[in-house]
Design a protein around this ligand. Structure first.
Ligand SMILES: [Zn+2]
Length: 239
């Protein structure tokens, strides 16, 4: 059995991470063209760095919640029984990794990594980025950018994600509003692959007619309960 999970802002919102698209979210306070496009980085890199430095600095102040922990535990449990588990996230925080999830595809990038536009190197970040930051690999200055997929750029890991979806038996989207493509289209691919599809979300999503099952609720409550039921059903099937 292969379970493929897609998570979005809703799972991190329960940890207190600012969401982007909700009312009062980040994009209602900052114009995304000013900070989240390659053009913004070209013309006003200091503003882009300040925005992501501030968001990166929040990371130590938030912790994985019960949903992140339940997914990490589910991954270990399924692996023990030789099932496959793939976690795709649209979130750029590091909460899945800190919860102990092993194989994560952060398709929209990672706040705690920098990308060098000169050599393509991706390095872990512990301090603020600036236009003076030198690349630890090629030593050049001025080309270090947040390893974030900006608007108009191609998401990361698309080949791995397509391969995972192709063989999915279950596809579960958690805390995602179904508005950002290509993530929002993954459910369609999963359906074509014959997967059973489930949405766990606080509010109705744009694409919720695509799902076989809908569980309404906050991720921190609904995900642990769903994971328990899944493990129970697998245990029953084995008995
Ligand atoms: Zn470099």
């Amino acid at each position: 059995m292969r379970l493929v999970i897609l998570t979005g802002a809703g799972i991190s919102a329960d940890s207190g991470v600012d969401t982007f698209r909700d009312e009062g979210g980040v994009w209602s306070q900052v114009r995304l063209e000013d900070v989240a496009t390659p053009e913004a980085f070209l013309h006003t890199p200091d503003r882009v760095h300040a925005f992501y430095n501030r968001r990166r600095a929040q990371l130590p102040n938030v912790a994985p919640n019960a949903a992140h922990l339940a997914l990490a535990a589910l991954e270990r449990r399924l692996r023990e029984d030789r099932h496959e588990f793939v976690l795709i996230t649209q979130n750029v925080d590091n909460l899945h990794q800190r919860a102990g999830s092993d194989s994560v595809f952060p398709m929209h990038g990672q706040l705690d990594r920098a990308l060098c536009v000169h050599c393509g190197g991706v390095v872990a970040l512990t301090e603020d980025l600036s236009t003076k930051t030198a690349c630890p690999q090629c030593q050049r200055q001025g080309g270090m950018r947040p390893n974030i997929v900006w608007f108009g750029e191609i998401p990361h890991f698309l080949d791995d994600i397509a391969a995972a979806i192709e063989g999915a038996d279950h596809f579960v989207a958690i805390g995602t509003s179904g508005t950002v493509y290509p993530a929002a289209g993954l459910v369609e691919g999963a359906r074509q692959a014959g997967a059973v599809t489930t949405l766990i979300n606080r509010d109705p999503a744009e694409n919720d007619t695509m799902f076989d099952h809908i569980i309404a609720g906050r991720a921190a409550e609904a995900v642990p309960a769903w994971a328990d039921r899944l493990v129970d059903s697998l245990t029953e099937r084995k008995a």
